[in-house]
Design a protein around this ligand. Structure first.
Ligand code: NAD
Length: 252
């Protein structure tokens, strides 16, 4: 098993790609800390993992709140004794227009808090444990829009994902000396509820679809297999990388 004896915190893992990651990581031998705002879906994810013979606990946390993240990190350590993988996956895309001229300060701050500050906070409270154990893998979820912008007005979201890329480089450079790796995954358009929020019309979907050389939208598992590689020791000499999993959309 590729993640035997490893402990993984996966944020936003009660739904979407995070949930698929939690299930795959558990199948690969990791003890998984499922964490999300959504208690019911989080508990169900844990139940599902346990029924399949895996190990997981659920800890509710809003990853944009420092006190909750601090408790999350401590609870993970209390439960399993160590944390080897931090997968900063939680993210939101507002349903309203967030072009700069339309966005309220409140909306801008919320998107940046959930999508970027969360990675800072989780890293802040997990890295000290990783330094002690002299190893760790941090995976930050960015997006293809960080490279090419967004066809619908989502400037706050796009900026938050660009921030994830820079944070990834910064952590890789600073903490490599402790054998802590930090990499970013940049998914293209993946068939999840978030995508359906983004492109409500067939025309908008087709516009993007026509730009994907591989001719289809992604599936959660396309992204999660990349995360599995980054979480495992197979990627032990990879850090600071921005890895696209996007059907080639950013090459077009
Ligand atoms: P999703 O909306 O399906 O799932 C996100 C999960 O995060 C949900 O379970 C939600 O409850 C949780 N969450 C939201 N705010 C939270 C908070 N403050 N604290 C804790 N949990 C919170 O999203 P998804 O499509 O699976 O996306 C996962 C990641 O991938 C996000 O960072 C997203 O920006 C990124 N991404 C998605 C796509 C796509 O096409 N779906 C493309 C590129 C990048």
């Amino acid at each position: 098993m590729r993640l035997a004896n490893k402990v993984a915190i996966i944020t936003g893992s009660a739904g979407g790609m995070g949930q698929v990651a939690a299930e795959l990581f558990a199948q690969e031998g990791a003890s998984v800390v499922v964490t999300d705002l959504n208690v019911q879906a989080g508990e169900e994810t844990v139940q599902h993992i346990r029924q399949a013979g895996g190990t997981a606990i659920f800890i509710q946390a809003n990853v944009a709140k420092e006190d909750e993240v601090k408790t999350l990190a401590q609870s993970a350590i209390d439960a399993y004794g160590h944390v080897d993988i931090l997968y900063n996956n939680a993210g939101i895309m507002p349903t309203e227009d967030t072009s700069v001229i339309e966005t309220s300060e409140v909306t801008w701050d919320k998107v940046l808090d959930v999508n970027l500050k969360s990675a800072f906070l989780c890293s802040k409270y997990v890295i000290p444990h990783m330094i002690e154990q002299k190893q760790g893998s941090i995976i930050n979820v960015a997006s293809f829009v960080a490279f090419m912008g967004c066809t619908v007005p989502q400037d706050a979201y796009t900026a938050s994902k660009g921030g994830m890329l820079s944070l990834t480089k910064s952590l890789a450079v600073q903490y490599g000396q402790y054998n802590i790796r930090c990499n970013a995954i940049c998914p293209g358009p993946i068939e999840t509820p978030l995508l359906r929020t983004l492109w409500t019309s067939e025309d908008a979907r087709n516009l993007r679809l026509n730009r994907i050389p591989l001719g289809r939208f992604g599936e959660a598992k396309d992204v999660v297999y990349m995360a599995l590689y980054l979480a495992s020791d197979e990627s032990s000499w990879t850090t600071g990388a921005w890895l696209t999993v996007d059907g080639g959309i950013t090459s077009n």
